[in-house]
Design a protein around this ligand. Structure first.
Ligand SMILES: Nc1nc2c(c(=O)[nH]1)N[C@H]1C(S)=C(S)[C@@H](COP(=O)(O)O)O[C@H]1N2
Ligand SMILES: [Mo]
Length: 321
């Protein structure tokens, strides 16, 4: 799919891109000038004022689980997005992102666990060591980007709420507020966006909650303030702007799977041997590589077969696609 020319949108709802790019530079400059980063950790920045998209996240440890592929440019990662709550075109999310208020932000964790409760975004940012993880995001639409995420293992957060033996799956929900997410005014999908993982997938060390990218606080269009990233699955599993996480006993509803079950499976493991009914999944193009760049071969489990294939031992992956 090519990026289309911008469609007209009421000026009141737009933050021109030059503005948010510029604001990011200003904020980075301000933080440096005040020596906030020197106070140590994002916590220091947070006490000065709420974090915003583009703020630098100091003290990031690089992860041995990163790919060594060349990251897609920050410009492409933040301007070519899929986030239907902000519009169905790839350039809509960057245009509408400023409507989403990411502070304060609370995630409710409930269901089959001994310690249900709520956790605020500041506690998430300061309470879990953040690291840089470079992963390829492979969209089911046969394109991909390589993104230097900032985040931490989802399992670390889940453990705090003490899941019980009844917890077989984890269900996720995106914020539902059409004022902040104007795409929700149209019934293109059933809102809120929902996703789910099996418990072992959720606890796998490759599965992360992302709080940033390129060393900076996550921009709205990429799912601020908190989104899931499951690198061996198609991008639609990586639910954005999460407000609720529930431990459940049976397979929870997932938005695209419910909408078109023959096109989007619950498992959604990247699999070149199982085509989408309307196109091949054998290869993909890398966003920003140029129109004439050769397509890349898609690998089983997006290249993570050694780490995750054992989770699906004995399962027919053509049936459970
Ligand atoms: N809430 C929500 N999460 C979402 C989506 C969405 O429309 N709404 N799109 C998904 C799809 S299809 C993809 S490919 C990725 C895209 O993430 P990116 O825009 O950060 O590249 O987000 C996923 N998460
Ligand atoms: Mo996608």
């Amino acid at each position: 799919m090519l990026i289309k020319p911008p469609t007209p949108i009421p000026p009141s709802e737009i933050t021109p891109k030059e503005h948010w790019l510029r604001r990011r530079e200003l904020m980075a400059g301000a933080a440096a000038g005040l020596g906030l980063a020197a106070l140590g950790g994002l916590g220091a920045v947070l006490t000065a004022r709420p974090a915003r998209a583009g703020d630098k996240i100091p003290g990031l440890a690089p992860s041995p689980l990163s790919t060594d592929e060349k990251p897609t440019s920050l410009e492409d990662v933040t301007s070519y997005n899929n986030f239907y709550e902000m519009g169905t075109e790839k350039d809509d999310p960057a245009r509408y992102a400023s409507l989403l208020q990411t502070r304060p932000w609370t995630v409710r964790v409930d269901g089959a666990c001994a310690a249900p409760g709520e956790i605020g975004i500041e506690d998430i940012l300061t309470g879990f060591p953040q690291e840089e993880r470079i992963y390829r995001l492979r969209c089911v639409e046969a394109w991909a980007m390589v993104i230097p995420w900032v985040g931490f293992p989802l399992g670390d957060l889940l453990k705090r709420f003490q899941p019980t033996s009844q917890a077989k799956f984890v269900a996720f929900e995106t914020l539902h507020d059409p004022k902040q997410l104007p795409g929700q005014k149209r019934a293109v999908l059933e809102w809120p966006y929902r996703e789910g993982l099996r418990m072992d997938e959720a606890m796998h060390p490759l599965t992360i909650l992302a709080t940033g990218l390129y060393g900076e606080v996550l921009p709205g269009q990429n799912g601020a303030p908190l989104r899931l990233v499951v690198p061996w699955k198609y991008g639609f599993k990586s639910i954005k702007s999460i407000v609720r996480i529930s431990f459940v006993e049976s397979q929870p509803p997932a938005t695209w799977n419910q909408m078109q079950p023959d096109e989007y499976g619950f498992y959604a493991n990247v699999n070149p041997a199982v085509d989408h009914p309307r196109w091949s999944q054998k290869s993909h193009r890398i966003i920003g590589a140029g129109l004439f760049a050769p397509k890349q071969k898609t690998l089983p489990f997006n290249g993570y077969a050694d780490q995750v294939a054992s989770l699906y031992e004995g399962m027919d992956l053509k049936r459970f696609f």
